[in-house]
Design a protein around this ligand. Structure first.
Ligand SMILES: *[C@@H]1O[C@H](CO)[C@@H](O)[C@H](O)[C@H]1NC(C)=O
Ligand SMILES: *[C@@H]1O[C@H](CO)[C@@H](O)[C@H](O)[C@H]1NC(C)=O
Ligand SMILES: *[C@@H]1O[C@H](CO)[C@@H](O)[C@H](O)[C@H]1NC(C)=O
Ligand SMILES: *[C@@H]1O[C@H](CO)[C@@H](O)[C@H](O)[C@H]1NC(C)=O
Length: 414
């Protein structure tokens, strides 16, 4: 297993072996706590380490990293990113991360030309990105970041964004997605209205709906395989096995990461590593969550019916759950340590920003976050808190205004 070939002394080998065993055991423990799903996937520990790599690895404090870890070859932050904002999957919080990153690094964003009546966070409503719908750029500049609502379509994205763009998405467990989207986008409200008109009890209205969703005259656009739809699966393919599998294959090829909302922080650490970003770039304060929770719950029969109706989304989630944990595994044993550290930092940031808000004190001393093996030291200021908690619509409106100004003044100067 250890190929030191005379470089290492026996003592070094033994120490390394001891270290590897401890870290493997630790990692296995972490996995079993984290995700029972993982135990069905067989892994191959330890074989990737050699004495040479252990000595030259950039890891500090003796933390082992496997050579497949995404951030090993990082030389510069990736600045060409498309984040597919899937409805009701925690993506407003992540969009805020991208907006901040774009502002800070003066990047060009793909921004909607007009609101089209849905607010400023749609580039395409039930449509993909098209040049005629976005704010144009000054001559010879390229778009860097896309993070508004739009449907994924490979050719459309490739025609607007640079070749080396990293695509990232997020999904959520389909039953919890149904409860959240069904509450937020009015399905439940519509069903209750129907119940009242027909003199039905509202207690079982969701169950009755799920027994035959096609029978009801209610809007289901946001609850019927919406995640697959946002990721580019056409409605006529919702029940076509061939098309669903083809779509998954496309996503596998095109997306560097599909995050899981249930593992939000793990997802963001993975994203940070894949994009070669720093911890400061991915800190957040949660946004746009349902404050009062969902209006209804699903019983086990409901979930069985949902699995048929939203088959495509269940396939999507099942598939990308596996892909996600495989990526986590490839990161090596320090991944969960970084997640722990990240969660601690987030707690401090949340508390700090709550203090800034409650005291309305923009002069508060910055929060100092010390260096760790995974981040440089950095500060969070009251201004950072304001941006992290800003409503997306006013923020987008001002970004759109600035982008138009840049475009018009550049065209005048030609
Ligand atoms: C890192 O770079 C080396 C040398 O170019 C390459 O062999 C290796 O596959 C790369 N690793 C990753 C994760 O990209
Ligand atoms: C346009 O960009 C290319 C590549 O970045 C550059 O070589 C070229 O000089 C630019 N042209 C103008 C007119 O700025
Ligand atoms: C469905 O609902 C819409 C609006 O609520 C209504 O205009 C339409 O007539 C209804 N269709 C049927 C078949 O009941
Ligand atoms: C499913 O998709 C395949 C491939 O596009 C197509 O050939 C087939 O006719 C579709 N099946 C149905 C039932 O629509």
């Amino acid at each position: 297993m250890l190929t030191c070939l005379g470089i290492c002394s026996l003592k070094q080998k033994l120490l390394l072996l001891l270290f590897l065993s401890i870290s493997s055991i630790w990692f296995i423990l972490q996995i079993s706590i984290y995700e029972p799903q993982l135990q069905r996937i067989s892994y191959n520990f330890g074989s990737a380490s050699s004495c040479n790599e252990a000595q030259h690895s950039p890891a500090k404090e003796g933390v082992e990293r496997t050579p497949t870890a995404s951030h090993i070859n990082c030389s510069a932050k990736k600045t060409h990113v498309a984040f597919l904002k899937v409805h009701k999957a925690g993506s407003t919080t992540i969009m805020n991360i991208f907006l901040r990153f774009a502002i800070q690094n003066k990047l060009n964003m793909v921004l909607p030309k007009r609101s089209s009546g849905y607010g400023f966070n749609y580039i395409g409503y039930e449509d993909t990105v098209r040049r005629e719908n976005i704010v144009p750029l000054p001559y010879n500049e390229t778009y860097d970041i896309l993070c508004n609502h739009v449907m994924y379509e490979r050719e459309a994205f490739q025609s607007i964004l640079p070749k080396d763009t990293v695509n990232i998405g997020i999904i959520r467990e389909p039953a919890s997605h149904m409860m959240s989207a069904g509450t937020y986008y009015g399905l439940y409200h519509g069903l209750v209205k129907h119940a009242a008109q027909k003199g039905l009890s509202k207690a079982n209205i969701v169950s009755e709906f799920l027994e035959n969703p096609f029978k009801w005259n209610v809007s289901t656009a946001f609850v019927h395989n919406r995640m697959s739809f946002d990721l580019g699966l056409e409605r006529e393919s919702f029940f076509n096995e061939t098309e669903i599998e083809r779509h998954l294959k496309t996503l596998d090829e095109d997306f560097s990461l599909i995050m899981l909302m249930e593992y939000f922080d793990e997802s963001l650490v993975l994203m940070k590593r894949i994009l070669c970003w720093e911890t400061k770039d991915v800190i957040y304060v949660p946004l746009n969550t349902l404050r009062r929770g969902a209006s209804f719950a699903l019983k086990s029969d409901d979930i069985n019916n949902l699995k048929k109706w939203n088959y495509a989304d269940y396939r999507l989630y099942e598939h990308f759950q596996k892909v996600f944990w495989n990526k986590v595994h490839a990161e090596g044993s320090d991944f969960f340590l970084e997640v722990q550290e990240y969660k601690l930092i987030l707690k401090q940031v949340k508390r700090y920003c709550a203090e800034v808000e409650s005291e309305n004190n923009l002069e508060l001393e910055p929060l100092y976050v010390p260096e760790s093996p995974w981040n440089k030291e950095f500060q969070t200021t009251p201004h950072d808190c304001l941006v992290m908690t800003a409503d997306e619509l006013p923020l987008l409106r001002s970004l759109i205004r600035i982008a138009w100004k840049r475009y018009t003044s550049a065209s005048k100067s030609i």
